[in-house]
Design a protein around this ligand. Sequence first.
Ligand code: 28G
Length: 664
Amino acid sequence: MDDNTKVTNHDYGADDIQILEGLEAVRKRPGMYIGSTGPSGLHHLVYEIVDNAIDEALAGYCTQIDVKILPGDIIEVSDNGRGIPTGIHPKEGISAATVVYTILHAGGKFGGGGYKVSGGLHGVGASVVNALSEWLELEVYDGKEVHYQRFERGHYDEAMKVIGKTDKTGTKVRFKPDGTIFHETVFDYGILLDRMREQAFLNGGLLINLTDLRDENDIQGESLRYEGGIISYVEWLQNMRGAEKLHPDVVYLSGVVDDITVEAAFQYNTDFNSEAFRSFANNIHTIDGGTHETAFKKALNKVVNDFVKIYQEQQATQKKVKKASKKKDDDDKKEFVAISGEAIREAINAVISVKLPECEFEGQTKGKLGNPEVAPAVYKIVTEQLTYYFEEHPETTEIIVRKAINSQAARDAAKKAMEAKRKSAADGAGLPGKLSDCYEKDTTKTEIYIVEGDSAGGSAKQGRNSAFQAILPLWGKMLNVEKARADKVYNNDKLLPVVKALGTGIGEDFDITKLRYGRVVIMADADVDGAHIRTLLLTFFFRFMRPLIEEGHVYLAQPPLFKVTKGKQVRYAFSDDERDAYISELAGDSGAKVDVQRYKGLGEMDPDQLWETTMDPERRTMIRVGMEDAAKADMIFSILMGDKVEPRREFIETNARFVENLDI
Ligand code: 28G
């Protein structure tokens, strides 16, 4: 005890200075460590702590994690693992647990040849969370005693001390995020629930309890444990999407090559154009895929094609037997044409999870796994295991093989129809008739506004700067791409103008170098129909023109919701709060009459207003659509357009935030 008090009383030695510098660095540039100081960064704090508990579960010592949101938006996380070691750290001369919570980069690779597997900051998480918390309390249960230490903004006055006896083991952490760092310190139950559920799926068998105790009259919670791991994940996703299964069982493949553990699970459904992959590396969601996802697709391609070939040969032999007497053998020997990857993946729902000693993440948002050594490992395991699975399950195999053949046939038919259309001059092969094009050709300058409705299209057309802004009006409800076969999507009269105007083609023919506009802006009303069109277009881009989103070409225009006027003074408001602020600003002390107009739709704005508020690059705000947004739209689309009522109801209940934000 006295030994520990050496570091108290601000008698700092060299190591303590290192501590202080580390914590200061985190507080100075929180974004470097947690991405942002907005809601995403705030929730990240919880993930960091939970990840440490998950590591303890992966080490085989923890079976249960409890996460509580306490009144005042204080987070409490506890696990039943071994408890962070509390003994004096030989190098630092303070408790090992204190080291973990105060020294940046403490943790990292856990000793004993193991490795940090779960997401986050590779073990630097605890000290980062501590530095960014107004206060944090740590309790360690070692089977005999309860050890306790309190920190404020990462600093402590008192060393770790014993505060009681216990026969349990584990770790408990309570913290209050620092309100001077985070813009907003209110946690979103739905966001935490999504993350905890994902982690419960990825760590099959682990029990995670999430409870929101903020409102004593409305306590909510969820107990998450999935014995089936990622198999359960696929089942849950299929159910959420309201998909009808094409075959009864989820296909599950797993194996270990060198230090790389690979797990994959998938199932097909009866929809069209609804390929969905979720991939993870060390429990971190790789939203942009990477080497594991690419290798999985390649392996799936190979094995399904192998079995398509066998199936077609069988069919041919059966035919031959029937007409054996009539024809000579080699008459109808057909060349085998491989099924395309897109056709093979149509309507698949897959989860891929790999675990490896050290992940490298690439891309702008670090959402893509880069490790090259993962590809051969995934390819080997998936080809071997899937071949074996198909041999063992002939009925499922035949269903999948026939679906692949049918998907390819639909695509071929669609292509033919498209080409025929292209050739027929009457159809106006070039640009769509409704497009008001711009003069500029340089795509670093050009933009196209896809506008909902004819009247809004008219205003946009008059208000735009025709040098670099093109307008394409769309109207009415659009095709449900999920329920429509490929050939219908290719030829749909609502989407075809979009495809033609962008110039890139879609699906396998997509060619970004042909893109005619650098920015593709969706401009829809801030109401339910607008949200519908927005979701649908994003889903369409996500599924058929994905690089458009990946490379950041897609934007959402932000038209104002209110116009606040007093005499000649005009303000445009984009939210209720902003409206109220302008009302008081303009009313001033005089309390003079202020006029408030609510825009029900873009069509109510005259061309000048639309230009000023929404289209003028100098004054507008636009949201660039990221892969995460598009993937979310895709999921929302599936749920809201699906046939099943139950997932829709559940979705709307637990995801009020999306429904609010997206106005669906
Ligand atoms: C409740 C909130 C989050 C944790 C453990 C258990 C151990 C541990 C954690 O060790 C590595 C080793 C010593 C510094 C390991 C216990 C080996 C033996 C552990 C958690 C680095 C950290 N016994 N449980 N860390 N040490 N749970 N839950 O954080 O040198 S973190």
